[in-house]
Design a protein around this ligand. Sequence first.
Ligand SMILES: CC(C)(COP(=O)(O)OP(=O)(O)OC[C@H]1O[C@@H](n2cnc3c(N)ncnc32)[C@H](O)[C@@H]1OP(=O)(O)O)[C@@H](O)C(=O)NCCC(=O)NCCS
Length: 179
Amino acid sequence: MRPWRPSDLEPFAALNADPRVMEHFPAPLSREESDAFAAASAEAITRRGWGRWALEVAETGEFIGFTGLHRPTFEAPFLPAVEIAWRLSRPSWGKGYATEAATAALDAAFDRLGLEEVVSFTAAVNLRSRAVMERLGMTRDPAEDFDHPALPPGHRLRRHVLFRLPAARRRERRDPAGR
Ligand SMILES: CC(C)(COP(=O)(O)OP(=O)(O)OC[C@H]1O[C@@H](n2cnc3c(N)ncnc32)[C@H](O)[C@@H]1OP(=O)(O)O)[C@@H](O)C(=O)NCCC(=O)NCCS
């Protein structure tokens, strides 16, 4: 993970326009929307030192998307909180990159920022994203499932699942003996 560069904008727009990458979002993003998302992510990192970082393959330097931490701005019972999020280009799925990068983002959240908890959420039908949350040791209480307020009743993506990872559980996973 690294800060954003101007050269990321074109490949980021391409993955945000890919219907398979955006299957679990209301719609693919236009070039302007994609650029605005990258700019907002970059601005947050510059302002406070953390956020949704650009993601590249270590061996090749190829830009493949983003992973990182974000403060959601909508209204929900579990907010305010810091969420962990990811979006990778289709050819880079199935290689463990999202989980590897998210693990580094959790290190930043707990070790550097000292957060007490990180949450993650996604449309209930987004099984690939839910699998990343589970691989990270995050857990879901179905009682906390929620309807995303930006989506109308009956929308296929409205129902969302919430996963949590408290700092104490993260410590246990890293050092089961409690040393
Ligand atoms: C969600 C998303 C990031 C998941 O990507 P992913 O590549 O499936 O996730 P991971 O990085 O955890 O990789 C796990 C996969 O890599 C495989 N893999 C291969 N080599 C691996 C390695 N060295 N280490 C770990 N996993 C490896 C695993 O077997 C698994 O494959 P499988 O799903 O076919 O069983 C991706 O599908 C995506 O960007 N989706 C679109 C955007 C989106 O929905 N974002 C979330 C919105 S909330």
